[in-house]
Design a binder for this molecule. Structure first.
Ligand code: OFO
Length: 142
């Protein structure tokens, strides 16, 4: 059973992962309609991955006998300027997600929820990889 505080923070993460998926989908559509087909494919794949992240959180909350809430999602932007701006935004967004995963790690220690603390380590490692791969793309673009 999750504490109320853990249930709340994990539900907030469900919203963030779902929004990430929609954001990358919006970016994929923009890239496709501007002729960047390879980048668009990469973004569609990222959108799919983020949806899987959201599903992982949903299923974990259920496994811990708490209630996952499917939230309303903010509409992502439709315009992304140019490819470099777009990837800067992806990078900023991933840093934001890393910070919120860190908050979950911190909260799990506050709540003495060592089960969640262990479970969420997968995301800690995933964020290292995601930030690194976006940084690599940005370096190439520069
Ligand atoms: Fe971009 O990563 Fe989800 O967590």
């Amino acid at each position: 059973m999750l504490t109320k505080a853990m249930e709340t923070i994990l539900n907030e993460q469900i919203e963030k992962e779902g929004y990430s998926s929609n954001l990358y989908l919006a970016m994929a559509v923009w890239a496709e309609s501007n002729g960047f087909n390879g980048i668009s494919k990469w973004l569609y794949a990222q959108a799919e991955e983020e949806r899987l992240h959201m599903l992982k959180f949903i299923s974990y909350v259920g496994e811990r006998d708490a209630n996952a809430i499917i939230p309303e999602f903010k509409k992502p932007p439709v315009e992304f300027g140019n490819i470099k701006d777009l990837f800067e935004e992806v990078y900023k967004h991933e840093q934001f997600i890393s910070a919120s995963i860190n908050d979950i790690v911190g909260k799990s220690l506050d709540e003495k929820d060592y089960t969640t603390h262990t479970w969420v380590q997968w995301f800690v490692n995933e964020q290292i990889e995601e930030e690194a791969s976006v940084r690599e793309i940005l370096d190439k673009l520069k």
